[in-house]
Design a protein around this ligand. Structure first.
Ligand SMILES: Nc1ncnc2c1ncn2[C@@H]1O[C@H](COP(=O)(O)OP(=O)(O)OP(=O)(O)O)[C@@H](O)[C@H]1O
Length: 251
């Protein structure tokens, strides 16, 4: 059974139709990336999936009891608020110390437990947000531009952690990112969103689709091919693992 099934979803915010007739399903264990220009409805789609936005039309069906971990795009914490990482992880539901430590360690932030939230670097902050999303042992991890503001090494390290986490938890990942060449190469499926779904499918398929190129140009395709080559080469040499990318459609 699909973890999430979205059928003809439309969302209206204020006077604006932000999402129109979106179909999407997420199956267990897959990595799905949503790309699209600013204001194209990516965050709104994620927020609709977690139930924070009400559809105007259409249906969102979640597998009964589905455990979702959500890493938001932005989280502002007032600098005057004395909030340690430990206390932050216990909001709104207190968690036992060992569970908090395990989540932090898994997110690559095992040494940050006693630090004040407002003293963290951008990369550390994102890892704490990831740890918080992992507390509930999610079957679906949703990340909204989780590497926004990180430098290239920080971003690459974050994605490496995410890959490890996914293998350990065997969870599906649905994420929004603007780092097209890296994220598209690491995804099973890509959804190109511009209020409606412009195109979708395996990364190679989307990168060469006219709708995608109209939005992003053709530069990413070259970067994607390069990354793919290196990526597959490394896999061939180190573990012989066949990185199988599904060609299933979005619906
Ligand atoms: N609460 C709101 N009320 C009214 N309009 C909103 C609200 N939230 C978002 N919007 C509008 O909905 C549209 C889609 O916003 P959304 O944040 O989903 O886009 P996005 O693709 O995630 O953009 P970005 O890449 O810039 O993060 C935008 O035009 C935005 O201004």
């Amino acid at each position: 059974m699909n973890l999430v099934e979205i059928s003809r979803l439309s969302v209206v915010l204020g006077q604006q139709t932000v999402l129109s007739n979106v179909d999407l399903s997420i199956t267990p264990g897959e990595i799905v990336t949503i790309v699209g220009p600013n204001g194209s409805g990516k965050s709104t789609l994620l927020r609709a999936i977690i139930g924070a936005v009400t559809p105007a039309h259409g249906r969102i069906t979640r597998q009964p009891g589905l455990r979702i971990g959500y890493v938001p795009q932005k989280l502002h914490i007032d600098p005057t608020l004395p909030l340690t990482v430990r206390r932050f992880l216990g909001l709104p539901t207190p968690v036992p110390e060992p569970a908090a430590q395990a989540a932090l360690t898994r997110a690559g932030a095992g040494d940050l437990m006693t630090r004040p939230m407002t003293g963290l670097s951008g990369g550390q902050f994102q890892r704490v947000l990831l740890a918080r999303a992992l507390l509930g042992d999610p079957q679906l991890l949703i990340l909204d531009e989780a590497t926004q503001g990180l430098d290239q090494p920080g971003s690459a390290a974050f994605y490496a952690t995410l890959e490890t986490v996914r293998h350990e938890l065997d969870c599906a990942v649905l994420m929004v990112s603007h780092e097209l060449h890296v994220v598209m190469a690491a995804s099973d499926r890509v959804i190109c969103l511009n209020t409606h779904v412009c195109c979708h499918g395996a990364p190679e398929h989307v990168a060469s689709a006219p709708e995608y190129r109209a939005l992003f140009g053709s530069g990413t395709h070259g970067a994607l091919a390069l990354y793919r080559h290196e990526h597959d080469h490394v896999h061939d040499e180190t573990c012989g693992h066949d990185h199988d990318h599904s060609h299933e459609p979005a619906q």
